[in-house]
Design a protein around this ligand. Structure first.
Ligand code: AGP
Length: 613
């Protein structure tokens, strides 16, 4: 989705802005632009296409202002074009704005402004914002220092929807104002000034000290100071947070693509997720959330709500929680959950999983659960993200920044963390034999080593990817936890290779989809649960006898001669097997995408964090 960058300080803004936009490219976008204050005038340069196109705009190299805002746009209102690209200015060119989010009442505001003589040059919802600021500014008869802030504040009061905005004005050439509501925005304190972005990785090069803005919290900056105001414009102090992510974690470090790097980072990411939470012979340590036995014993239902890959992690989380805690768990897609009137009360615990912590549907579902009296627990990778601030409890995956749009290490870290959480709950509730829990802990601690074996399948997977990269349809099948992995493998393939794929519970094949199996079609099977092996093999034999090519990910000793490709991974507790079996499927999607010459990290139409509904 759209990305925001800003800088105010002692250095020339333009190169810093372009650098920041480049770091945000992974979010997905179709146009880019910057605005800086040059000799007390706002100068806007923008265009359709890549950030690198900005360097071709005449005069961009001559910009030497030290205050600037910048944006990558992912089109919602109006096609990708130069006119619709941000920044947008008001008619008098006094204010420039970049905006992430969606202004839901923009039509109404546009009509109001049009009736008041304003003209619109773009089809965007954003263009109402600078004009509204101008409208309120011109109506304000006090000419004090806070006039600019009052106008921005009044304008935000008119907006319905979500927004993170940066505002510049040629009347206040040394100032920048930023504010957010339901859209991410962070301010980094660097050595030469303040850096603003929609995403922490864009700023890791400059700082690890961040102010994380709350909804309707305004920050007013000049080159050496920052002031914070609430929505009534009362000034307050704000704590700065140190984010421990390593700057190099947001770089490719010799890998061709972020996705490949992140796949190979999984052993480290899982080690970080386990951290000091899990030790043999001791109870799990989640002292950061302090859930009491008294509270947990009242819980009779858990919902896990998330989108995409995070929802797939939730499916495995369900198995952990039901098996170990004996509490019924439902897993929902956030965009469906919100509108199905779920039965929620104070005896329901609602868990929200989100790598970014900014997914609009997941946040909306969280707010719904809170309003119905349930306690909420967030599982996120991004410190201080919206979801973590809205929920009663937060646990972090600590997987490090995930840049590739296709999620890999976040998924395995989420599954590991949900496993540890379920053990923690089971210890509190005394719902599972301690020997069983101790064995599971051993298996979790062995995961970083065992995942190396899954990574060692790279060459074999690559060969199979070469063989099938031209196919149009692929099927994924599995039973139990293997079915959950089939869903995730299929999503990965769709996202980055653009091959149509379907994931089915193996037992469902006969109920319809087997009609699609014909000579030459590829069926990918995951086969790790000993209790289900025989039945699963029968399903595979059924597709082979109809001419299918088979790619099998298994921890069993299967004869290679019966199948086209057998990828062998390590054995572990069946609850944990998704963490090992998903890796060859991530690699398969990656190599097919490479074979087809596609942009692995930035697949078409997709965005890293989906901040609009
Ligand atoms: C994963 O590969 C996808 N890009 C997508 O399904 C993603 O998992 C989903 O949008 C949820 O994102 P979140 O974890 O940041 O909430």
């Amino acid at each position: 989705m759209c990305g925001i960058v800003g800088y105010i300080g002692k250095q020339t803004a333009c190169p810093i802005l372009i650098n920041g936009l480049t770091a945000l490219e992974y979010r997905g976008y179709d146009s880019a632009g910057i605005a800086s204050i040059e000799n007390n005038k706002i100068c806007v340069m923008k265009d359709k296409g890549r950030v690198s196109n900005l360097n071709n705009i005449k005069g961009i190299n001559k910009l030497d202002g030290t205050v600037g805002i910048a944006h990558t746009r992912w089109a919602t209102h109006g096609k990708p074009s130069k006119e619709n690209a941000h920044p947008h200015m008001d008619n008098s060119e006094t204010f420039a704005v970049v905006h992430n989010g969606i202004i839901e009442n923009y039509n109404e505001l546009r009509n109001f402004l049009t009736d008041n003589g304003y003209k619109f040059l773009s089809q965007t919802d954003t263009e109402v914002i600078p004009n509204l600021i101008h409208y309120h500014f011109s109506k304000d008869s006090y000419a004090d220092d806070n006039k600019f802030l009052r106008a921005v504040n009044q304008a935000t009061k008119d907006l319905k929807g979500s927004f993170a905005i940066e505002v510049l004005s040629n009347l206040y050439p040394d100032k920048m104002i930023v504010v957010r509501k339901d859209s991410p925005l962070v301010i980094g304190k660097g050595t030469t000034g303040y850096h603003i972005a929609s995403d922490i990785p864009a700023l890791l090069e400059y700082t690890r000290d961040f102010y994380l803005l709350n909804d309707y919290e305004f920050a007013v900056m000049d080159k050496d100071s920052i002031k914070f105001y609430n929505e009534n414009l009362v000034e307050h102090e704000k704590e700065i947070k140190n984010i421990e992510w390593d700057a190099s974690a947001a770089e490719k470090n010799g890998y061709e693509d972020y996705m490949l790097k992140e796949i190979f980072e999984q052993p480290i990411a899982i080690r970080e997720t386990i951290g000091s939470r899990l030790k043999l012979g001791e109870h799990c340590d989640f002292s950061d959330i302090e859930i009491s036995k008294e509270y947990l014993s009242t819980i009779n239902k858990i919902f896990i709500v998330a989108c995409g890959t995070a929802m797939h992690a939730g499916l495995t989380g369900k198995k952990f929680l039901e098996n170990l805690c004996k509490i019924p768990v439902e897993v929902d897609i956030a965009s469906e959950f919100r509108y199905r009137n779920p039965i929620i009360n104070e005896k329901t615990l609602c868990i929200f999983i989100s790598q970014s912590g900014e997914t609009a549907d997941t946040i909306a579902a969280l707010k719904l659960c809170k309003s119905k009296g349930a306690k909420t627990l967030a599982v996120s990778n991004v410190i201080g993200s919206s979801i973590t601030r809205e929920s009663d409890y937060t646990i972090y995956t600590h997987a490090g920044p995930e840049i590739a749009v296709a999620s890999t290490k976040a998924y395995t870290s989420q599954v590991v963390l949900l496993g540890i959480l379920a053990i923690y709950f089971a210890e509190i509730l005394e719902s599972t034999d301690s020997k069983v829990l101790e064995d599971l802990k051993k298996d979790i601690l062995d995961l970083p080593k065992k995942i190396e074996t899954s990574l060692a399948t790279t060459d074999e997977v690559k060969k199979f990817a070469k063989k099938i990269h031209k196919e149009k349809d692929v099927f994924f099948i599995g039973r139990g936890s293997d079915y959950n992995v089939a869903l995730e493998g299929s999503l990965k393939l769709k996202e980055i290779s653009y091959i149509h794929s379907e994931a089915y519970a193996s037992g469902e094949l006969k109920h319809g989809p087997i009609a699609l199996i014909e000579k030459g079609i590829t069926v990918i099977s995951i086969l790790t649960d000993e209790n289900l092996i025989e039945k699963s093999i029968s399903n595979i034999v059924e597709v082979i006898s109809r001419g299918a090519k088979t790619f099998i990910v298994t921890n069993q000793n299967l004869s290679n001669s019966d199948f086209d490709t057998v990828i062998k991974i390590e054995k572990t507790n069946p609850l944990l097997s998704p963490i090992l079996s998903v890796v060859p499927l991530q690699l398969l999607a990656y190599f097919i995408s490479k074979e087809k010459g596609l942009d692995v990290d930035k697949p078409r139409n997709l965005a890293k964090s989906v901040t609009v509904e």
